[in-house]
Each structure stands twice: as C-alpha cells, then as structure tokens.
Design a protein around this ligand. Structure first.
Ligand SMILES: Cc1cc2nc3c(=O)[nH]c(=O)nc-3n(C[C@H](O)[C@H](O)[C@H](O)COP(=O)(O)OP(=O)(O)OC[C@H]3O[C@@H](n4cnc5c(N)ncnc54)[C@H](O)[C@@H]3O)c2cc1C
Length: 476
C-alpha cells in the first residue's frame, strides 16, 4: 500500500485497465477511486475543456465520506460545502416559516453522527475533483466524444469509438457520460425511454457582485456571512421559485408547468424575456424578484426539462466489459435530491468491486456484483423522487410546513450508507448469489423493504386514483 500527500493509501496495482467516458461528477470520482484502488486509469470527455456552468446540488455524507482518503479534497470540501437554512415563502415573497437548518435523522441506537444537510456549487465541486486528479498525474482527455461502445469476447476487452473514428480499448469501460448514454445500446440493446414529467425549470447561478448592482435586490437579498447559504423556497400551486445564495454566488430557479421550449440538457441556453412573461402571470409577484431575474447574465440561464425514466436493473454489457454509473445508469428528478450523491457512491462501489476482483479475468463478475449491490438502493431513491414531487406541491401553511419528501431524504438508510465497506463485506456473498443462487438480502435500503419491479406509469396511475405510493418497510 502506498501513502502520499494526495492519498492516505493507494492499494497495490491490480493490472486492470479502466477507460472512463465522461468527466462529470461520476467520471471524475470514478477516476480517483479507481486509481486509489490500484487500477490503471484513462478518462475521456466530449467537451473541448472543463465546463464551469451549473448551480448547486445536495451531496450526502454517504458520498462525502469518501473524501477522507484524499486529504486535500477533504480540506477543500470543508471550504466549499455550505449548510443551507430553508424557509418557505408565498409567491408574493412573504415569509411563511422561519429559516431552519435541515438535520439528518438518527436511528434508535445508531452510533453514527448525523450532521446537517450540505450543498455544493457544482462548478466548485467539479474543479476540486479535477485538481486532485491532475495532482496524481491523470489528466482528462478533452474533445473525445464517444459515439459507440463495443466489447469483444475474444480479447475480453471493451472499448469506444470516438467521433473522429479512433478506437480506444481497456479491460473495463465505465460509461459515466450522463443522460442519454450511447452505452445503453450495448447494455440493454436499445435507448432508455424518457418521458416529460410536465415540469421544467429556468435555473441559473452567477457571481453575487452582479446581483448586488441593483439596490432593491441588494436590500431584499443581502450578502450573507461565511458558510451561510439561505434557501428561500417560494411555493405556490403551479410555480416554485428558489433563491439560494452564499457570500459569493447568487442562484435562482423557477419551476413551472409549461415545458415546451425546454430540453433535458445542461447546456441549452434560454431567454430571460420568456421567464418574465411567466412571472407577469403570477398574481402579486413582487418587482424585486423580476429585478433579480433581469440581472442574470444571458449565457448563464438554462431551461431544463425534467424527465422521468423507469428504473433499469441492467447496467452491465453481456460480456461484462462495460458498466454504467451515475446518470448513465439511473437518472433522478431534482426532488430525489440524490443525483450527485448516488453517482459518487457508484464510483466508490465500482472501484472497490474491481479491487476485490483483483485480476482482469474476474472483471465481468465485479461489474455484475457492483450492479447487484447498487440497483435496489438507487431505485428506492428514484421512487422517493415521485413521492417528494407531490409533497413539494403542497401550499405551505404558517409555521407547520415541512414537506414529507424532505423528511424521507434525511433517513439514516440514505446518509449512513458506506459504499466501500458494503462492497467489501458483500462481494463474496453476491458472487455466490449470482453463481449459485444463494439468497442475498440488501442492507443499504429501507429495512424490511421488498423490491418489486415498478414503472413510472404504474406509480402515476396510483397517484391519479388517489392511492398512496406504497413504501413498504422502514423508509423514515
Ligand atoms: C455542465 C453540467 C452542469 C450541471 N449542473 C447541474 C446543476 O446545477 N444541478 C444539478 O443538480 N445537476 C447538475 N448537473 C447534473 C449532475 O452533475 C448529475 O446529475 C450528477 O452529478 C451525476 O453526474 P454524472 O457524472 O453521472 O453526469 P454529468 O455530471 O452530467 O456528467 C456527464 C459527463 O459526460 C460527458 N459526456 C456526455 N456524453 C459524452 C460522450 N458521448 N463522450 C464523452 N463524454 C460525454 C458530459 O459532457 C459530462 O461531462 C450538471 C451536469 C453538467 C454536465
């Protein structure tokens, strides 16, 4: 085991070569963790350079715990993570509830220390991972768009074809290329169907100094202190408006029902005038909110269409050389609050499973074991997205409003999970389960939950009939 300033311990080399496609959160974390677990790493990305757009997301302790192996990352994470306080408002900007920090909840008898929910600005988190990867001598190869995935059973290798026709191969190909990954043509034989949820969001983040140029905005949304990150959640029947701010960044999101001009893309730009046309229809919408919207740099405004996808149990190609992680394997709607967390958990779990495999001949089992260890857990969190979405549509009532969804998301089965330890402890059990059919019981899901296949359509039909979505077991 090697110890360096960058990494508390690097495992002995396994000789397994890994090609990672996509340098988003999942891909960068997979690159770091695969390196730490002793594998040879190469990472390619379609963009010509690092993409620094995006606003914020929640990352839970089950993911950030992995940073402890990377002292500089852990230190930087302390600086960039912020613990938001949440307060509900009406759509005319009147406060309904007092600001509250959101605490994770602890199970009876648990020894784990819960802490508060924290959020990250995506560009800062991305930059932190990228710098660490560079420091260990692995650089992202930009301008490399994968257009096809393949695997060869004769050589036992997987690979990709790049847009320029070049072919790149490795023992394992990790598809971390996010929404609409080309890899599903190999893993499932088809693309995954995505359907509109009926919701779209205008969203942006930009430097605080731009927002502070308008005196009315400055007075209503003053600069906050270090480590503070108030979230104002303006909730109404058809719209949600969120304002999130830290000392240096201002961000707002407007969720609305009309999604026609939006696309499910993190690069689709939009027009501020379209946002103002919507806010002009909201009764008592305050001028200060429009003034904030008008300050948004035009190239920072996204119009994101929120889409559903059914859970996909298969993330591994038939010959076991290609595996999907992050959004390529499972997408989340924002109400699940778990896209980045589960992407990081995937990266840790997969790198560990490959170390447990130890040699290239066992790789195909490692990928299947990882898939089996993770699928039920991520599908439970996808299901919570549906439950939560409904709860966020409730109108806040004075001093009594905590969306049920938020309550579910603070449960210990979510934040307490340790993906590396889980993979180490369960690797052989799942190998037996897959090879000999011995029973395997997931323990990274709500206790007592029994997984049954479900679809978005099925759950929506239940909601339309006025039935509760069944959450069997201990989800809270
Ligand atoms: C620019 C950007 C901004 C985002 N902003 C937010 C945000 O503000 N809030 C939020 O909640 N989520 C945001 N997300 C999504 C969020 O990062 C993910 O949902 C989550 O972190 C899971 O990460 P992922 O690595 O699986 O996917 P992503 O973070 O989407 O990363 C996928 C990566 O793969 C690359 N890629 C795609 N296709 C190919 C290809 N064919 N060949 C090579 N590379 C490819 C993409 O360019 C991207 O870098 C953003 C994603 C991106 C790419």
């Amino acid at each position: 085991m090697t110890v360096t300033d960058d990494c508390t311990q690097r495992y002995p080399q396994t000789g397994i070569s890994v090609l990672i496609v996509g340098a988003g959160v999942a891909g960068l974390m997979a690159a770091l963790e695969c390196w730490r677990n002793g594998h040879e790493v190469r990472i390619v990305e379609r963009s010509g350079e690092e993409v620094t757009t995006g606003d914020s997301f929640t990352i839970g302790p089950s993911a950030t715990r992995a940073f402890k192996h990377w002292p500089k990352v852990a230190e930087e994470n302390e600086k960039i993570a912020f613990a938001p306080s949440l307060a509900f408002y009406t759509l005319s900007g009147d406060r309904v509830t007092n600001p509250n920090h959101i605490e994770y909840r602890q199970e009876k008898g648990s020894k784990k220390v819960p802490g508060q929910i924290t959020r990250h600005w995506r560009p800062q988190l991305h930059d932190m991972l990228l710098k660490q990867l560079h420091a260990i001598g692995v650089d992202v190869e930009y301008g490399c768009k994968a257009v096809e995935y393949f695997e060869r059973s004769n050589t036992g290798r997987g690979g990709i074809v790049l847009e320029n026709g070049d072919r790149v191969e490795a023992d394992v190909v990790i598809a971390a290329d996010g929404l609409r990954s080309h890899s599903t043509k190999v893993t499932l034989g088809q693309e995954i169907r995505a359907r509109p949820t009926g919701q779209a969001m205008y969203r942006t983040a930009f430097p605080m100094e731009i927002a502070m140029a308008d005196p009315m905005v400055r007075e209503r949304f003053p600069v906050v202190g270090e480590k503070e990150g108030p979230i104002e959640f303006w909730a109404g029947e058809h719209y949600h408006f969120l304002v999130i701010r830290t000392p240096d960044i201002m961000s707002w999101t407007l969720s609305h029902k009309d999604y026609e001009s939006a696309t499910e893309s993190w690069s689709h730009k939009s027009d501020l005038e379209d946002v103002l046309k919507i806010t002009a229809t909201i009764p008592d919408w305050p001028e200060v909110a429009d003034r904030l919207i008008r300050l948004t740099p035009q190239d920072r405004l996204l119009h994101f269409r929120v889409m559903w996808r059914d859970p996909q149990p298969t993330w591994v190609s038939p010959a076991g050389r290609i595996v999907q992680i992050g959004d390529a394997a499972h997408t989340y709607i924002p109400a699940s609050g778990n896209g980045a967390t589960q992407a990081i958990e995937d990266a840790v779990s997969l790198a560990t499973c490959l170390r447990m495999a130890g040699k290239t001949e066992q790789v195909r089992w490692a990928l299947r074991i990882h898939n089996r260890l993770r699928f039920v857990r991520v599908s439970c969190l996808q299901k919570l997205g549906l439950v939560n979405l409904k709860s966020y549509s409730e109108t806040p009532k004075k001093d009594k409003f905590t969306p049920k969804g938020l309550h579910y998301l603070t449960a210990e089965w979510i934040w307490g999970h340790e993906p590396e330890q889980y993979a180490e402890e369960n690797y052989s059990k799942v190998l037996d389960h897959l090879q000999r059919g011995t029973p395997f019981q997931d323990t990274n899901i709500p206790r007592g939950h029994v997984y049954r296949d479900w679809t978005i359509d099925g759950l929506l039909e239940m909601q339309e009939r006025g039935e509760e979505i069944e959450l069997d077991g201990e989800w809270e």
